[in-house]
Ligand binder design. Sequence first.
Ligand SMILES: Nc1ncnc2c1ncn2[C@@H]1O[C@H](COP(=O)(O)OP(=O)(O)O)[C@@H](O)[C@H]1O
Ligand SMILES: [Mg+2]
Length: 423
Amino acid sequence: MNAPELTEHEHLGLYLRDTGTASEWWRVTVADRPQTYRLEHGVEDAQGNPSVDIDLVVDAENLRAKLKKWHREGFVFEARGASPQADAQQRAAFMPALQRAAAARRNPSGMDGAGGLRESDSTSTPDAEVAASHSVRIGATEVPCGVAGPWVPRINPAYLFSERFNDIVEDIVENKRVMLIGHTGAGKTSLIEQVAARARHGVVRANMNGQTTVGDFVGFWTVKGGETLWVDGVLPTAMREGLWLIVDEIDFAEPSILAALTAVLEPQGRLTLKEKGNEVVEPHPAFRLFATANAVGAMSQFRHLYQGANLMNEAFLDRWRVYLLDYLSPAEETDVLMRTLAPYMTHTLAVTLTAIAADCRAAFAREDLSSAFSTRRLLDWAELMLRTGDPERAAGPAIYAKVSPEDATLIRGIIRHHIAPAG
Ligand SMILES: Nc1ncnc2c1ncn2[C@@H]1O[C@H](COP(=O)(O)OP(=O)(O)O)[C@@H](O)[C@H]1O
Ligand SMILES: [Mg+2]
């Protein structure tokens, strides 16, 4: 990748490279004169001792050449907000905090609730309360409740309803067809499931990136005990029973499935079962239809990451409200980490972990990394490091084994930049 045109101050910051035993960096700051930049080079050994060995001032053209060179040499840009001192403090604080948390997890009885480990403050309505009510407030919206049943998902008490979800929840109440697009692990499926869990609606999912045939989806005839009988597919089942249907990874669906869906996309859209003598299936008032996709519409630029995904035509997309679900903000993700892994996950640990996730996502956006960094992955890594007390060991099965060796090296460098080795 070439360094893009230099715009003002866009390249200020830290460029990092991990050499295995130490981390090496270049820092770019503005120099005294206009259009000049100060470049400092330094290394930090495995004990976290920093040393600066180069300090020079260059012009914009020279900087641009340096950026290209650093990129070839494997340096990765790291946007840093806080001061170097604050960064260093946070970096050094991680391992001692993790060791305390891992020890507390091994020996929960020894924990007195003090020391920064806090209880989960679940904000969900208790089950008994929901069972008695006709609606439940989710964010800014009052959502009518259904009846309990085997298809109702379990409430995840750590789930965080971001304010950004308010419009989506309102669309659900208004019976709009909602399509959620975004990277894998951004939280598309869990948003729908958690709304359903709290409002007691049954959810069924049909994944289009696999074996779902039009027969599974719409229905088919079969012979049983000498009799031919019709078996409803997942779509007519959800419509008749008033379930919420999530068509997952709709950009992989067969055209025949999309054709069946199209009729149902109208507000009171009915399904005609042609194979069953044109029987008409009316939608139950509680029926809702959702789709998720990784690479359609505003996400099309990422199609190369989701091989085999089809482009959806605009006429089809226009039948949906399409929401781009981005990853949670660092503050939200910190909150989710602490709630999910309460009481062991502390604020100190969570802030560093979300900063690592944010840096990995920024590297992905610049195409320095070819793999996205999901909330799911972050939670899994965090959970494992609380068990092992070792971020690097936990990163093996939670991260490194899932990505290319180049990506693993780069992520390892980002992690080392945020977490000083245990002293
Ligand atoms: N808002 C949130 N609050 C808490 N956890 C979340 C949230 N969003 C995502 N997660 C976590 O991330 C995981 C992956 O989300 P998921 O909905 O399966 O992603 P997607 O369907 O986009 O691939 C969830 O199981 C959950 O643990
Ligand atoms: Mg999903």
